[in-house]
Ligand binder design. Structure first.
Ligand SMILES: [Zn+2]
Length: 400
């Protein structure tokens, strides 16, 4: 199957050759089966000619931090927060992550899959082709495996590509509240080995912050994950700096995420280790806060920086990376070009997939987005509108 994309208005993509984002006007882009085979060359015998009608073409978007498998939305907590209730008030009323854990434990795997499917499909509608997808609302071996199996089934059911992460260390479950060491042992001695043996997760993540897991606990969990062949990601430096970013960098984590209160030491540790910063401005925005991550300092220090939605029912109920780009530009002062880089090639780097996705170059997967704009800056500039015109994943057009 050979497809030729013609009448491309402009093409924005990372270039390996120049090591920068390039804005060009190729006459055509050629896709053979699932891969890009040529750009701007003549090609014979296409099976399909796609007239792009002057649209902007970019790589499909990549969302490197999401929590898409949950039972119920939490709009009641949204309303409470607006009315001035604190995190503790909401937790006392049965809200927060533990609310999602109770709801998820109540339903079967099939029910969880049925509820998660339309939400997962919705990523496609705004141009996202690949997501990192975390478990973390089960917090028992069976409920975590149930969540990870749902992620695998979503991956099989949809053109969306899901990269699974085990987040059993999202919170201490209620039944272990006064025995946290036992929960850490359960994670390290039973859950991580069984999750790894199941092949259902590629990464292991820890929410290491004030009131959740300590730096030392994170280190134990990371060691267990590495011993079992899982790679590392981490929720770090969101509320309080516990030195977790430095730890994650030292242990070779693929990414450290949030980073609102990252220190200069944390920034240099990431730069030296190659750990990617995944910034989540949607969370700061949704919680009505002002303390965005210091994206400019992180980027200017030379740390590879990605942007993600943090899609979850409590603190960031959005799947739209176009909106996340707007927030990155207006609140964190990334340029529109940097924001595009952060949701394409840099997001691919954080998922260690930069050789196959994240840019439109020969040999890469034909994950292609067409946008109803003439200029890449319009996507973050004209916010709240879905600018997606059409999406291809692995060379096939996605119908949502
Ligand atoms: Zn998260």
């Amino acid at each position: 199957m050979r497809r030729i994309f013609t009448n491309i208005g402009s093409l924005l993509s990372w270039s390996e050759k120049t090591q920068s984002m390039e804005y060009s006007k190729p006459d055509r882009l050629i896709v053979d089966k699932e891969r890009i085979s040529a750009i701007d060359q003549q090609a014979e015998k296409p099976d399909e000619i796609i007239d792009c009608q002057g649209a902007l073409m970019t790589p499909a978007l990549i969302d490197a931090h999401t929590h898409p498998v949950f039972a119920e939305c939490r709009q009641n907590e949204f309303e409470m927060r607006i009315a001035g209730k604190s995190y503790l008030d909401i937790a006392a009323a049965g809200g927060g992550i533990k609310n999602s854990v109770r709801q998820l434990r109540k339903i079967s795997e099939d029910e969880l899959f049925d509820r998660s499917l339309p939400r997962a499909r919705n990523f496609l509608t705004t141009g996202t082709a690949t997501i990192e997808a975390k478990s973390g609302y089960g917090l028992s071996l069976n409920d975590e495996l149930k969540s990870l199996r749902v992620i695998r089934r979503l991956n099989e059911a949809l053109p969306l590509q899901l990269i699974p992460t085990f987040l059993g260390a999202h919170e201490i479950p209620d039944e272990y509240q006064n025995r946290r060491n036992e929960y850490i042992s359960l994670l390290v001695d039973e859950m991580i080995p069984q999750v790894a043996a199941s092949g259902l997760a590629e990464y292991c993540d820890v929410f290491a912050d004030k009131g959740v897991f300590t730096r030392d606990e994170a280190e134990l969990i990371f060691r267990g994950a590495l011993e079992n062949g899982l790679k590392l990601r981490v929720h770090a430096d969101e509320f309080e700096n516990l030195g977790v970013t430095e730890l994650a960098a030292k242990m070779g984590a693929a990414s450290a995420d949030h980073l609102l209160v990252i220190s200069e030491d944390g920034i240099s540790a990431m730069k030296n280790s190659g750990t990617v910063a995944v910034l989540l401005p949607g969370t700061t925005f949704f919680l009505g806060k002002q303390d965005y991550a210091p994206a400019r300092r992180i980027w200017d220090a030379g740390v590879t920086t990605a942007l993600a939605s943090d899609f979850n029912p409590g603190s960031s109920m959005t799947q739209n990376l176009q909106m996340i780009m707007t927030l990155a530009c207006t609140q964190m002062k990334l340029s529109p070009l940097e924001a595009w880089q952060a949701v394409t090639i840099n997001a691919a780097r954080s998922l260690q997939r930069e050789k196959i996705i994240g840019s439109l170059e020969i040999g890469k997967n034909a994950d292609i987005a067409l946008w109803d704009v003439s200029d890449y800056r319009i996507v973050p500039y004209w916010f709240g509108k879905n600018h997606l015109h059409a999406l291809w994943i692995n060379g096939s057009k996605v119908i949502c």
